[in-house]
Structures are given as structure tokens and as C-alpha cells.
Ligand binder design. Structure first.
Ligand SMILES: NC(=O)c1ccc[n+]([C@@H]2O[C@H](COP(=O)([O-])OP(=O)(O)OC[C@H]3O[C@@H](n4cnc5c(N)ncnc54)[C@H](OP(=O)(O)O)[C@@H]3O)[C@@H](O)[C@H]2O)c1
Length: 316
């Protein structure tokens, strides 16, 4: 029986993958650092192991899903070490046993800079990354290194690039502050957690599929549309204060100086590209290859999130 080995199983997406695959009757093993705990997986009887145990565990036919990654930070060396070098090490372990390797990448690998409008980015779109887009650069470098390593090997390499994942999280206390709005026209390439889990299962379950696939919702709303919905659902206390790129530059520099860090123009440019992005993303490749469809639209997804939050509030 094939097994799914999920790295980063104590994280948001790793936990969801383990639960979703187990619910489909798949054999699942979570992998995480030795010092960590995964109470949700334990409650569902899903076994976990640490990375030291992994090489001896992998067998031919297994599907290794590399979900663990550094997602925040300002040091390129850390992104390179965790998201690129370590990914290649894990791939070598999977390749040694001819296991399927699924790399959880991100649409960030394409870069958030605006292309000539209207731009719908697909898997063939050339990446366009600013020097300060450290996370995206590390995800792209990992993708490219994996494709090089896998060339000519008798194994399947699958790369899944999700958009901004939402849903399924334990409801958190509502933000008390209003927040800041740089560009109301920013596009938000959301994807519901259930849609990402379904995409992973379909890709891994396919007997011959290999390659890179994006997964985002059909609707990728403007930020002002999303904020209006969240306000109506009571998920935010008020609409954020609009400051625009110029105001953001000033506040960002002041924040860095308060933290005794010199403002780095490359990081600022990357943050502004993120806040002002207009691109949308295609999922044609995934749909055609696997029959995948989004689990729900963003209005239904956020309405469900609000209902879950209210349920928890009432239970308290
Ligand atoms: N969430 C999103 O919207 C989104 C969108 C696109 C792509 N992704 C991708 O999805 C994957 C999971 O993201 P997430 O949102 O679930 O993040 P998360 O909740 O922060 O989980 C990250 C996982 O990576 C592990 N990890 C981080 N640094 C590590 C290191 N140095 N050594 C070993 N393990 C390490 C963490 O383990 P520890 O607890 O031990 O640190 C944790 O299990 C990532 O590859 C991310 O790039 C996420």
C-alpha cells in the first residue's frame, strides 16, 4: 500500500494534508522536528516521526510531500539553507528509493511584480523576482534545482504552487486594530485549504503525472472587495486606514529604525510589490490534468470561516 510522508506535519498546511489524506483512507505518516508535538495528528491516530528516521522509512511507491519551509524572515542565508539546500537533501533521499516527490512551492516563485495588465500568470510564465523577494526567490531556486536533479531519473517530481491559503485554521481572536491599506486594487490570489488538499491528492493519485501546477480559487478578488466581505461578516472591526505606497514607505522606515534595523530598500521594494500586485493566476493545467475544481468560492469560504468563529465564541 502506498504511503504519504508529509514533512512539516505540525504546521498549518502539513496538518491539513495529513488529516485530509487520512480521511480518504490513505496511509499517512507525519514528519516533523524531534522537539515538536502534533496533538491534532495524535488525536486522529496519525503516526509521526522525526527527520532522522525518514531515510530508512522511505520505500518505493511512497509519496514524499515536502511541505516544511521557512516562510518568514529577512536573511537570504536562512532561506537558502532551509528552502533550497535541505529540499535537495530530502529529494535525494526520496530519489534513492524511487519515491514520488511533491514539492510544496508557492505562486511567490513567480514574483509579485506587476506584468503588463491584465496578466494571468500560468506555469509557463517567466519568473520576475525582485532582489528583496527572498521567500519567492528561495521557492523558485528549489523548484529549479529539483527539476535539474530529477532530469533523467525514473521518478515523478510534482511541484504544487498554492496561492494564499485560507480556511480550516482554528479561529483566532479578531484583530483589534484597524490595519493599513496600501492599495485597495491589490488582487488577492486566495485558495481554500480544502482545494489545496484535493489538488495534492489528485496529483499524487495520478499514475503518471509530473510537472508544475498552480492552485488558486476561480475568483481572485480585489483587496477592497475582500475587506468589505470580512467587515460584513464581522471578521475585522473596521476597514483599514488607507495610506498608499508613499505613506507605507515612511511608516516602514520608521518601524525598521525603531527596531534598530537599517531600512533596506530591496526589502521595501519587495513588500510594496506584494501590496500592489495585480496579477491573477491560471489553474488550467491542474484542471486538465486531474479534473480538479475549487472546493468553494471566496464568499462561501469566508462565510464558513465566520460561522466557525461564531460557533467557538458561543461555546466559550
Ligand atoms: N500558508 C500559505 O498561505 C501558503 C501559500 C503558499 C505556499 N505555502 C507553502 O506551504 C508550506 C507550509 O506552509 P504553512 O503555511 O503550513 O507554514 P507553517 O504553519 O509555518 O508551517 C511550516 C512548517 O515548516 C517547518 N519548518 C520551518 N522551518 C524548518 C526548519 N528549519 N527545519 C524543519 N522544519 C521547518 C515548521 O516546523 P517547526 O514548527 O519545527 O518550525 C512547520 O512544520 C510551505 O512550504 C509554504 O511555503 C503556504
Amino acid at each position: 500500500m502506498r504511503r504519504w510522508l508529509i514533512t512539516g506535519c505540525n504546521g498549518y498546511l502539513g496538518t491539513a494534508f495529513c488529516l485530509a489524506l487520512a480521511a480518504r483512507g490513505e496511509a499517512v505518516f507525519g514528519i516533523m522536528r524531534a522537539q515538536r508535538t502534533a496533538p491534532t495528528l495524535a488525536a486522529h491516530g496519525i503516526p509521526v516521526m522525526d527527520y532522522a528516521a525518514l531515510p530508512a522509512q522511505i520505500a518505493g511507491g511512497d509519496i514524499v510531500v515536502h511541505c516544511a519551509a521557512l516562510t518568514h524572515g529577512t536573511a537570504w542565508e536562512a532561506f537558502e539553507r532551509v528552502n533550497v539546500s535541505w529540499t535537495i537533501e530530502l529529494f535525494a533521499q526520496a530519489a534513492a528509493r524511487a519515491a514520488v516527490f511533491v514539492q510544496i512551492s508557492s505562486i511567490a516563485a513567480l514574483g509579485y511584480a506587476n506584468r503588463p495588465a491584465p496578466a494571468v500568470l500560468d506555469e509557463q510564465t517567466p519568473p520576475q523576482l525582485l532582489p528583496g523577494e527572498l521567500y519567492g526567490r528561495s521557492k523558485l531556486a528549489a523548484e529549479q534545482a529539483l527539476v535539474r536533479q530529477a532530469a533523467g531519473l525514473p521518478l515523478r517530481l510534482l511541484i504544487l504552487r498554492p496561492g494564499l491559503i485560507y480556511g480550516g485554521r482554528a479561529p483566532q481572536s479578531r484583530p483589534r486594530q484597524r490595519g493599513l491599506l496600501v492599495d485597495p486594487a491589490q488582487r488577492v490570489p486566495l485558495v481554500h485549504l480544502d482545494s489545496v488538499c484535493d489538488a495534492l491528492w489528485r496529483m499524487g493519485d495520478h499514475p503518471t503525472l509530473a510537472g508544475t501546477f498552480q492552485v488558486v480559487d476561480a475568483e481572485q478578488p480585489r483587496l477592497d472587495e475582500l475587506l468589505a466581505l470580512k467587515l460584513a461578516l464581522g471578521l475585522i472591526p473596521a476597514l483599514p486606514r488607507r495610506i498608499g505606497p508613499a505613506g507605507y514607505r515612511v511608516l516602514w522606515a520608521l518601524r525598521r529604525l525603531r527596531q534598530r534595523r537599517w531600512p533596506d530598500p530591496a526589502l521595501l521594494a519587495a513588500e510594496l510589490a506584494h501590496h500592489c500586485r495585480q496579477n491573477t493566476y491560471s489553474t488550467t493545467a491542474l484542471r486538465q490534468a486531474t479534473g480538479w475544481q475549487p472546493a468553494c468560492g471566496y464568499v462561501e469560504g469566508w462565510t464558513r470561516a465566520a460561522a466557525a468563529e461564531q460557533e467557538v465564541a458561543h461555546a466559550r
